[in-house]
Ligand binder design. Structure first.
Ligand SMILES: *Cc1c(COP(=O)(O)O)cnc(C)c1O
Length: 464
């Protein structure tokens, strides 16, 4: 494809995407295709002869659109959002076109340095400790997802414990029963044989007394407490673990303390929510996903460490073919030493575009609006004698149930999702089903939250 042809097809693709953005609110949020439908639309074999690009593009409407779950629909209230925006998409497009491979500083100085600067900007924007900047002792790097960030944190913790003489068969990782499954999975991948899921209190926050008891028990059995993860905003209910008290225990016991703030960490753009993560000076690593709330396109999880030395110690390995003058000078960052993969995408470009296009003030305005709508929504639930909240609403996720029980709650979810214009998901704790209304999609406006409320109000069974 020549530059001239690229220009023509590129304009057509941008037009097509702009059209999708305009009509996404009219498409059903969930795809209506049956399993295997997409496969049935595709030939069994790849084309032997070249096809016209127009023919490929035409199949977007014919095959791709019907199979989409429309995550950018304004009626998206499911899971957590996965956000995108014009500047985010354009950042991805430019990154693809420039085709940078940022494994070393020398293989793309701008990929490395722009990323370091974006991570340092984010330290200030989210009110994180200044020592976490790359200009200080710590540093930040964009991992693919929060799961990758947790995996890396678990590996660094294990490596540090092993250097101090612990055998991997004795290392223990702790998190709460409400932690995201990626913590347990990361621990398994990192080779931990002991993973403790600590009980929570009545607002689903980790019970540090029980954590301390589990740690003491394990010490008595000759095991080595190695890693603990606190959540700032759990996935089920956005519950917040007590970062400071967990941090104090971690410090006293020599455990690595990781904070998973994948979704709720974005709220820290606004100062009034930062009390939820008081105690960050007692944290070794931290992760937040801008693509869950800040309108940066998937992927890219921000991973910060208070001290980059143990991270680089755990992951650095230098084959001869990667040796170069810049690296040996010790003056540059080689991000390949900061994660599992060698190759890396130019992810910071979209974050740079988004932060400049919206400004920090634009991001804050949206986050405050989402949280305000969530509080209004929660107030409606509280006033309704058919429904009840099942957890506090510290951010923009509202968790509630039908007082008549699990069946009524689940049929309410089905009714809402059958509407096609709004989509929410269910969760369950201790055998109790509840609905999650997660507000944060870029296209969602107050009217869409109102429409969801009217739907729930109309469909909820009268409480007998
Ligand atoms: C979404 C989520 C994750 C996993 O996110 P990925 O980036 O998809 O790996 C981890 N922890 C929490 C609290 C989450 O909400």
């Amino acid at each position: 494809m020549t530059p001239e042809e690229f220009r023509r097809h590129g304009y057509a693709m941008v037009d097509w995407l702009a059209g999708y953005m305009e009509r996404v609110g009219e498409l059903p949020v969930q795809s209506r295709v049956d399993p295997g439908w997409v496969r049935g639309m595709l030939p069994d074999r790849a084309p032997e002869e070249p096809e016209k690009f127009e023919a490929v593009a035409a199949d977007l409407d014919r095959i791709v659109v019907p199979g989409l779950t429309n995550w950018t629909s304004p009626g998206w209230f499911a899971y957590f959002p996965c956000t995108t925006s014009g500047p985010g998409m354009l950042g991805e497009l430019v990154a693809a076109g420039l085709d940078q491979q940022g494994m070393l500083w020398a293989t793309s100085p701008v990929c490395t340095e722009l990323e370091s600067v974006m991570m340092d900007w984010m330290v200030d924007l989210l009110g994180l400790p200044g020592g976490w900047k790359t200009t200080a002792k710590g540093g930040g790097v964009m991992q693919q997802t929060a799961s990758d960030a947790a995996h890396v944190a678990l590996v660094v913790a294990r490596d540090r414990a092993q250097r101090q003489g612990a055998d991997i068969s004795r290392c223990v990782a702790y998190t709460s029963t409400q932690a995201h499954s990626s913590i347990e999975k990361g621990a398994r991948v990192a080779g931990y044989q002991h993973i403790r899921l600590v009980d929570v209190d009545d607002v689903y926050s980790m019970d540090v007394g029980r954590l301390a008891a589990a740690v003491a028990d394990d010490r008595d059995s000759g095991l080595v407490p190695t890693f603990v993860c606190s959540a700032v905003g759990t996935t089920a209910t956005t519950a917040v673990d007590p970062v400071r008290t967990v941090g104090e225990l971690a410090r006293d016991e020599g455990m690595w303390h990781h904070v998973d703030a994948a979704f709720a960490g974005n709220a820290m753009f606004c100062e009034e929510f930062r009390h939820h993560q008081d105690g960050l000076e007692l944290v070794d690593s931290y992760t937040v996903n801008p693509y869950k709330w800040t309108p940066m396109t998937f992927d890219g999880s921000l991973f910060f460490v208070a001290d980059r030395a143990p991270l680089i110690h755990a992951l650095s390995i230098l084959p001869e073919y990667l040796r170069n003058e810049a690296s040996e000078s010790g003056q540059v960052i080689d991000y390949r030493d900061w994660h599992v993969a060698l190759g890396r995408r130019f992810r910071s470009l979209k974050l740079w575009f988004v932060l400049r296009y919206y400004g920090a003030s634009g991001v804050r305005t949206r986050i405050r609006a989402h949280i305000g709508w969530a509080r209004d929504f929660a107030a409606r639930i509280e006033e309704d004698d058919r429904l009840e909240l099942v957890a506090p609403v510290p951010f923009s996720l509202v968790c509630f149930r039908h007082r008549a029980g699990n069946d009524a709650t689940e049929s309410l979810a089905n009714e809402v999702n059958r509407s096609g214009h709004s989509f929410l998901t269910r969760s369950r704790v201790d055998g109790m089903s509840f609905l999650r209304v997660s507000i944060g999609q870029v296209n969602t406006r107050k009217e869409h939250v109102e429409r969801l409320w009217r739907l729930i109000d109309g469909k909820a069974l009268p409480f007998a």
